[in-house]
Ligand binder design. Structure first.
Ligand code: PAP
Length: 309
């Protein structure tokens, strides 16, 4: 059943809209996606049978997906309890190591055969929790959700698309679309809320906390995955610099989405919004968070924005 917010969205926005950069988006169950991702999400709900050993890394775009993919692969690789042939981060981009559920496994032209992926299978997704099969909640598989302050999430998204398509929409215009939710997997606030409300079974991690306390978070993730790992090595191997350097060495390598591998590493800091957004825009985000998260126990204070750059 739709939340009141999703119902409200349905009334105020057309079911299809042109997004600022690369074309049409359709709204499905309150969220905006490229039409092919909606088809893929239906295939996932129909055919994906999570195994108890599966690990799903979920995120809204630009909130730390690449970093979480690297950390999880590395944790498994350096675990004394779980054998895994994941993590070839010494020469690959993290997106080459962990497949995207709605594209590489269940997309229009899948490049991975799910039955051939060795256990523990690790996937990532930008789909909201309500788009995944109900059995994700009951199968015993593990879901880790990473999120990030909306201001830095938006700034990262704006930069990526400007960079990728060589177009520069004004930041104000792009920001308005972000606030309306008209961005890939948007609206941001509802996406975060779905996983927050499931946090008794989903490990909820923030980008800011990961920046401030990487060892503590790696230990927490490893524990959640039921393994012990080489914490310091994992943190070091997955540092922004290491991952970016490896991706740079991949030269002109291009991810299936058309994003060059090194574009996943821009600045990697907390608080870059201060260089781009006005205090008024920040206030708009704060008001939206108040409105959309009211009563849930979730607020912008979960993001420790004093984390060191
Ligand atoms: P995606 O959704 O397209 O996969 P995602 O990985 O979620 O993107 O987000 C990219 C952001 O994570 C970038 O932030 P920025 O634009 O503000 O710089 C990127 O720099 C940052 N990032 C990637 N890897 C790391 C890392 N190892 N440590 C810190 N930040 C990182």
């Amino acid at each position: 059943m739709d939340t009141p917010q999703q119902e409200e969205d349905k009334i105020s926005l057309p079911p299809q809209a042109k997004w600022w950069v690369d074309g049409q988006r359709s709204r499905y169950k309150g969220f905006w996606f490229k039409p092919e991702f909606i088809t893929a999400s239906e295939a996932i709900r129909a055919h994906y049978k999570p195994l108890p050993s599966d690990i799903i890394l979920a995120s809204f775009p630009k909130t730390g997906t690449t970093w979480l993919k690297a950390l999880t692969s590395s944790i498994l690789r350096h675990s004394s309890t779980t054998h895994s042939d994941h993590d070839h981060l010494d020469h690959l981009n993290p997106h080459e190591v962990v497949p995207f559920l709605e594209i590489e496994v269940f997309g229009e032209n899948p490049s991975k055969e799910i039955t051939e992926i060795s256990s523990p299978r690790v996937f990532n997704t930008h789909l909201p929790l309500s788009f995944l099969p109900e059995t994700v909640k009951t199968s015993g598989c593990r879901v880790i959700y990473i999120t990030r302050h909306p201001a830095d999430t938006f700034v990262s998204l704006w930069h990526l698309y400007n960079n990728k398509f060589g177009t520069e929409i004004s930041i104000r215009e792009a920001f308005d679309e972000f606030c309306k939710g008209l961005v890939p997997a948007g609206p941001y606030f509802e996406h975060v809320l779905e996983f927050w409300e499931a946090r008794d079974r989903v490990l909820f991690v923030t980008y800011e906390d990961l920046k401030a306390k990487p060892e503590e978070n790696v230990r927490k993730i490893a524990e959640f995955l039921g393994c012990k790992t080489m914490v310091e090595k994992v943190v070091k191997d997955c540092s922004f610099e290491n991952l970016r350097n490896t991706s740079k060495e991949r030269g002109e390598g291009v991810h299936w989405s058309g994003t060059k591998y090194d574009m996943f590493f821009r600045k990697g800091v907390v608080g870059d919004w201060k260089n781009h957004l006005t205090q008024e825009m920040m206030k708009e985000l704060e008001d939206l968070a108040d409105l959309k998260w009211r009563g849930s126990g979730l607020d912008l204070n979960i993001f420790n924005t004093t984390a060191s750059q």
